[in-house]
Design a protein around this ligand. Structure first.
Ligand code: ADP
Ligand code: ZN
Length: 210
């Protein structure tokens, strides 16, 4: 099964992608994590991506499309995958269609902007493996340390309040049109992501039939 998770920054797509990945045993592909890794390693496209990411803007379509294409060509994607953070623009969705990739379902995690603003301030991410946490809603077992790899959990640079407003704006202008794009293809399912994480996870699993 090939799935897409759609949602505003901080809506919880990453968390839900992890849940589905474990339930269906298919890889979670987070373009945000891949880009952060590239920035950390100082690769050529990492350097290009950094400025856009730090300011809350999107990285250019050609860079992310290239990354995605390479990633889904890997062996572990043969049985399916969950895209977390891709596509984020209509041209990215069109590129996916042009690659001949069949998408089975698009799950939109819907959360009002006000809730997003509150949530993002408590978000932490593992500097080792990219797993996400929240100080209040999804704390790691040991404060500051990742449950999965023991890495340090940190605040992302683009989770500063002003940058979050910019990212929300970008989401509404550039990414939200994808709801229409996939609803016309009869693939969109909306999950209300406002309650507790465990509640949202139940709804997500139901939406993918797991
Ligand atoms: P969130 O979903 O919380 O906004 P992500 O980790 O998915 O965060 O993405 C962080 C940043 O990485 C984005 O703000 C953007 O700059 C960049 N990025 C990730 N995925 C894409 C994409 N598909 N297209 C363009 N930029 C992307
Ligand atoms: Zn980790």
């Amino acid at each position: 099964m090939n799935l897409i998770l759609l949602g505003a920054p901080g809506a919880g797509k990453g968390t839900q992608a992890e849940v589905i990945s474990e339930a269906l045993n298919i890889p979670q592909i987070s373009t945000g994590n891949i880009l952060r890794e590239a920035v950390k390693n100082g690769t050529e496209y990492g350097l290009k991506a950094k400025e856009a990411m730090d300011s809350g803007a999107l990285v250019s379509d050609d860079i992310v499309i290239g990354i995605l294409k390479d990633r889904i060509a890997a062996d572990d994607c043969k049985k399916g995958f969950i895209l977390d953070g891709f596509p984020r623009t209509v041209p990215q969705a069109e590129a996916l269609d042009a690659m001949g990739v069949t998408i089975d379902k698009v799950i939109e995690i819907s959360v009002p902007d006000e809730t997003i603003k509150q949530r993002v301030s408590g978000r932490r991410v593992c500097s080792g493996c990219g797993a996400t946490y929240h100080v209040e809603f999804k704390p790691s077992k040991v404060e500051g340390k990742c449950d999965k790899c023991g890495g340090e959990t940190i605040i992302r640079k683009d989770d500063q309040p002003e940058t979050v407003l910019e990212r929300l704006d970008v989401y509404h202008k550039q990414t939200a049109p994808l709801k229409d794009y996939y609803s016309k293809q009869g693939k969109l399912e909306t999950v209300i992501g406002q309650e507790e994480v465990s509640e949202t996870s139940k709804l997500t699993l139901k939406a993918v039939g797991a």
